[in-house]
Design a protein around this ligand. Structure first.
Ligand SMILES: Nc1ncnc2c1ncn2[C@@H]1O[C@H](COP(=O)(O)OP(=O)(O)OP(=O)(O)O)[C@@H](O)[C@H]1O
Ligand SMILES: [Mg+2]
Length: 451
């Protein structure tokens, strides 16, 4: 049952709304003062709130902002009288979901509530857009509950609806290929082929024939014609991994296909027309490659239409326990072992590590631990080789302090949901000093406020 909070300074209005909503199977809590509303929102989670704009002597917009600090996801519908529609519009600019004017048309109010609840459950569904994919296709699950991952997955869901080219950018092992597959699987092209090619793994001389195919006799050894990857991916998605490694001469040819959607196979005289959605991935900053002259600017703009950045694991440490648990399950099942969990110190060790190899390194670490484990709990001695730990231990003091400082700030600003005044108070710092520190680590409070 969905839980709704109603805030209005008129007790009679409260009573009537409560009755109406309960009759429609909502669970309702009421408050007639801002302070009370904040208190109950702190105690319980609500799926939606109705907030009167003019509370006696109090400001509904301010209350809305306070409620959003507690629960940034909760849609808030503003209740307003006819004369104050302008303020209601202002409330929407500040994050209200919608507004309803008094006296109420209850049908409209109920519809708005329904829409509001749907909009927020949609963003919840996107937390795991590929769960369904996994079940039907046997794909790897995408695990992650951090804000950064949620935002990224939302982008994937949005991008999947379109046919625009996508550039996935992220350090090695952050899950670029996984995301590219997920993008395809959630797109309308999902029934059609997904074809992946790693541009770095194929020698320059072969890349062209791989991409475009060839006709019989196109070169010595071409005994039969061969369909190229572009043609194979027709009506589907073509994933060009490590695109930054593509030689400049090939980049020109690729650009032409992207612009004209037709090409000639090697040795062929007839053009082939294809309809492919292009997804490229790189672990280098393509913009920098453009500046260096190793990547064509025109191609960059062609592929960089939608840009999805995968955050490194060290910037979303809250995902580590989830991912570790996911891989533990995967490998115990695969190796037919019964291992229940990690010991607290093993988990702590994983939380402290910096994971330069990102999720892949974590996956390998867990796999190794599962292979080696003889008990039903994985202890810290099985996590990460002692050599690496020594290296970590030898980090210079300055950089160790900075690591600590950054981790601390991330926690602080996350805990206070981006409220710098509150954070400064907790940390015992002046607001301005805290701002300086945040700037030093490129942390933006706004990223920790509501989405
Ligand atoms: N969010 C995630 N949830 C579950 N598994 C993940 C996640 N991210 C990555 N993985 C797993 O980690 C491994 C590495 O992912 P993937 O190959 O997609 O990374 P990549 O960014 O393409 O790496 P590289 O740059 O080295 O090619 C894969 O086994 C993948 O399934
Ligand atoms: Mg990859």
């Amino acid at each position: 049952m969905n839980k709704i909070m109603v805030v209005d300074d008129d007790q009679n209005v409260l009573k009537v709304i409560k009755m109406r909503l309960e009759a429609n199977h909502y669970q309702v809590a009421t408050a007639f003062q801002a302070a009370k509303a904040v208190k109950i929102a702190q105690d319980r989670m609500f799926d939606l709130a109705l907030v009167d704009l003019k509370l006696r002597g109090e400001n509904g917009i301010e209350l809305m902002e306070n409620l959003h600090q507690i629960n940034p996801e909760m849609p808030i519908i503003i209740l307003t009288s006819y004369g104050t529609i302008e303020t209601a519009v202002e409330a929407m600019k500040k994050g209200a979901y919608s507004y309803v004017t008094k006296p109420f048309n209850y049908k409209e109010l109920l519809q708005q509530i329904k829409n509001g609840l749907e909009s927020s459950s949609l963003s919840k569904v996107t937390d795991q857009p590929c769960n369904m994919v996994k079940e039907s296709q046997g794909f790897e699950n995408i695990v992650g509950a951090s804000e950064k991952m949620k935002k990224m997955l939302e982008q994937v869901v949005q991008a999947a609806k379109t046919d625009s080219n996508v550039h996935i950018y992220g350090e090695s092992g952050t899950g670029k290929e996984l995301i590219a597959r997920c993008l395809h699987e959630t797109s309308p092209r999902k029934e059609n082929p997904f074809v992946a090619i790693n541009c770095a793994a194929i020698p320059e001389t072969l890349l062209e024939s791989e991409l475009f195919g060839y006709e019989k006799g196109a070169f010595t050894g071409a005994k039969q014609s061969k369909k190229g990857i572009f043609a194979q991916a027709h009506t589907g998605t073509l994933f060009l991994d490590e695109i930054s490694e593509m030689p400049l001469t090939m980049q020109v040819k690729l650009l032409r296909v992207l612009e004209e959607t037709v090409f000639y196979p090697l040795g062929g005289e007839k053009t082939i027309q294809v309809d492919v959605r292009i997804v490229v991935a790189s672990n280098k900053d393509l913009k920098k490659e453009v500046e260096n002259g190793t990547f064509r600017e025109d191609l960059f703009y062609r592929v960089h239409v939608i840009n999805i950045k995968l955050p490194p694991l060290r910037e979303r440490k809250e995902d580590i326990p989830l991912l570790a648990g996911h891989f533990l399950q995967k490998y115990t099942k695969k190796m037919n072992k019964t291992i229940k969990d990690f010991s607290p110190s093993a988990l702590q060790k994983m939380m402290l590590h910096h994971w330069p190899g990102n999720v892949r390194e974590l996956e390998n670490t867990v796999e190794y631990a599962v292979v080696m484990a003889v008990q039903d709990v994985i202890n810290e001695d099985l996590i990460l080789s002692s050599e690496e730990e020594v290296n970590e231990g030898l980090k210079c003091l300055k950089s160790a302090k900075e690591d600590f400082e950054k981790d601390y700030l991330v926690q602080l600003i996350g805990l206070t949901k981006g409220n710098v005044s509150h954070a400064a108070k907790l940390a015992g710092k002046y607001r301005a000093d805290l701002y300086e520190l945040l700037k030093k680590y490129d942390l933006k409070p706004i990223d920790y406020r509501k989405k």
